[in-house]
Design a protein around this ligand. Structure first.
Ligand SMILES: [Zn+2]
Length: 273
């Protein structure tokens, strides 16, 4: 056999790894509006085609995430969505019946996290938020927070050991600010979903973000954030955008952001149970 033919399998392995690095998508929504268009089986097929090894999924109603989990229990990491209707996004922190409902859900359901919770700094002293922080700590579950920086401070004043995933690199996604928060709070993870334009304008990874990822390689998660049904239609293109800037990082750092950090976050949960 020609010596080049002998090398062919090796080449195929290397090239398929380059193009099919697994991703853990840490920010997925599967609301009723999405489910009307995409069945659970179709969602799993989208993940398979895009080499999404695992996905953190939240939903309104919450049950949709549990249904997806039942469809593919190895791949789906269900987060307990606390909104029953769209307006709850604004006023959940005033609903004093919520903590008891969440507590009951955590006892019975397959939940591996709580959120996504949207909240502004002015509402951070809400007793409902306070109770949810305590429940997350007690059950050793991460909180997925879409919030101002001051909310993160309040969470860590309440429960220093709780794991927080800060959605979309926070409300003010500036590398200097994130560096400061990551240094102060060792259990804080940052999900960079929907921030491709800042992180990699025109597909080129910006120096400030490159340096931030190198400084804190273990603290970032990636995600598409399927906040609308249209995002599900564009899923392939969105995942490709993430891979486009990930490959500009050193490969060990890229692997951490792509899937290892998410796996570590989940293992940490399992160990501490
Ligand atoms: Zn979201």
């Amino acid at each position: 056999m020609n010596k080049y033919l002998l090398l062919l399998p090796l080449f195929l392995v290397i090239s398929s790894n380059l193009f099919s690095q697994p991703l853990v998508d840490a920010h997925v929504h599967y609301n009723d509006s999405n489910r009307d268009i995409y069945s659970p089986e179709q969602i799993i097929s989208i993940f398979e085609k895009n080499n999404i090894s695992q996905a953190f999924v939240t939903a309104m109603p919450a049950q949709n995430a549990a249904t997806l989990y039942q469809t593919d229990a190895d791949r789906i990491i269900p987060f307990l969505g606390v909104y029953k209707q769209p307006q709850d996004k604004q006023n959940w922190h005033q609903d004093t019946s919520l903590p008891d409902y969440i507590e009951k859900q955590l006892e019975d359901g397959p939940w591996r996290g709580i959120g996504e919770l949207h909240i502004f700094a002015k509402d951070r002293h809400s007793p409902v938020l306070h109770r949810l922080i305590q429940l997350a700590a007690q059950h050793k579950l991460p909180l997925l927070m879409h919030s101002d920086p001051a909310v993160i401070d309040t969470i860590y004043e309440t429960e220093p050991g709780v794991t927080v995933i800060w959605a979309h690199a926070g409300a003010y996604p500036y590398p200097d600010l994130l560096d400061d928060y990551l240094q102060r709070y060792p259990e804080l993870y940052v999900d960079v979903s929907v921030r491709n334009d800042r992180i990699a304008p025109n597909g080129q990874l910006a120096d400030k973000w490159y340096n931030l990822f190198i400084q804190h390689p273990e603290r970032f998660l990636v995600g598409v954030d399927t906040y609308s049904t249209q995002r599900w239609g564009n899923y392939h293109a969105e995942a490709a955008l993430l891979r486009q800037w990930l490959k500009q990082l050193p490969s060990d750092v890229a692997d951490r952001l792509a899937y290892r950090n998410a796996e570590r976050l989940l293992t940490h949960q399992d160990r501490s149970k």
